[in-house]
Design a protein around this ligand. Structure first.
Ligand code: ATP
Ligand code: MG
Length: 332
């Protein structure tokens, strides 16, 4: 099979402008990306980056003002009813459901909107509730569910119609660690076992690292980096080798000569007569080269370990400030 035929989502030069009192706001500014079948694709970005706008366009709730997007080969602008037949979506921020009917009735209601035969609907509700740990709470009225269970029900709803592609906007926002984890486990199994494509918008980097096969980092409506979480971290060339060296070297010229070493920083601990050196490397071979060079220069490597860059470090390197600071800026 060619890659072409396994694309579930194709976005090309997508634009969306909103009119506002203070002039036009460009929410999406020429975004292009592809998502393969069975892939979990993360759209990661700070507040106002354009994530929700993208999810809404792809799930046919909003029209683009430029560019194009296809889901399972159908154009979101010109064939929305065909797109709707193969997708579903949910937003963690909304946790939508009818308050005065039970969780089960809610799921049933949505299954009927999709015209599912009764027996099949029953079966799906039972299965989804079991995998999402919702079974015990099915008979509770929606309003009486805790945030976590309401969210589980919202997620169940997004998979009720056996969708090929599911769009999720902040699926675990506001949830405790255990609930978030069980939802992530569920999403991962839906992608790997049932071949569903999942595109999720989030500003949670741990979420992306935990479940996304690939990620696009967006900021101000533009993709600023894309790849697997590993690739992004590697491309950044963040500190990957840390060594404690004794005695503290007078200079680090020996590291400069090692192929694949991109840079280093060090700090000396005079009391312990040690230097801690962080080496930015391209590959494991370069790490080994750095260790060998240090030993060959007459220094003892007391300890060494690999340090993985976090996506947060990647983001900081790309955008120049962390998410938290951004959020404070936006909030103030
Ligand atoms: N209906 C609208 N009218 C005017 N501007 C809008 C509208 N919807 C979104 N925007 C603007 O478009 C930009 C992108 O918004 P969007 O909601 O897509 O961001 P986001 O990445 O989902 O942010 P968050 O993390 O806060 O959910 C923002 O500047 C926002 O103010
Ligand atoms: Mg949003």
């Amino acid at each position: 099979m060619t890659r072409e035929s396994t694309r579930s989502v194709e976005v090309s030069g997508l634009k969306r402008e909103f009119k506002s009192k203070s002039g036009p706001v460009v929410a999406l500014d020429g975004v292009s990306l592809d998502v393969g079948e069975g892939e979990i694709f993360g759209v990661l970005g700070p507040n106002g980056a354009g994530k929700t706008t993208m999810i809404r366009i792809l799930s046919t709730l909003l029209l683009p003002t430029g560019g194009a997007a296809k889901v399972m080969g159908f154009d979101v602008e010109h064939e929305p009813e065909k797109v709707r037949r193969v997708i579903n979506m949910a937003s963690g921020a909304e946790k939508a459901g009818y308050d005065f009917i039970s969780a089960k009735r809610n799921l049933w209601f949505f299954s009927q909107l999709y015209g599912m035969p009764s027996a099949l609907a029953e079966k799906r509700i039972t299965e989804l509730s079991e995998t999402l740990g919702l079974t015990k709470y099915l008979d509770r009225k929606f309003y009486a569910l805790s945030t976590g269970y309401r969210q589980r029900a919202t997620i169940a709803r997004a998979f009720i119609n056996d969708p090929k592609v599911v769009f999720l906007d902040e699926p675990t926002i506001g949830l405790d660690v255990m609930t978030a984890r069980s939802i992530r486990d569920f999403l991962r199994s839906e992608a790997s076992k049932n071949g569903r494509t999942i595109m999720l918008a989030t500003h949670n980097m741990a979420e992306v690292e935990a479940i996304c096969d690939r990620v696009a980092i967006i900021d101000k409506g533009k993709i600023i980096a894309a790849g697997t979480p590993e690739e992004l971290k590697r491309r950044l060339g963040a500190p990957a080798l840390v060594m404690e060296v004794s005695p503290p070297p007078k200079d680090l010229e020996m590291l400069r000569l090692v192929a694949g070493v991109k840079g280093f920083t060090s700090s000396a601990d005079d009391e312990r007569e040690l230097s801690t050196i962080q080496v930015v490397v391209e590959s494991d071979a370069a790490s080994k080269g750095a260790l060998d060079a240090m030993t060959a220069s007459g220094h003892k490597v007391v300890a060494s370990w690999r340090k993985e860059a976090t996506l947060e470090e990647v983001f900081v390197a790309l955008v120049g400030s962390g998410f938290k600071e951004r959020e404070e800026e936006v909030g103030s």
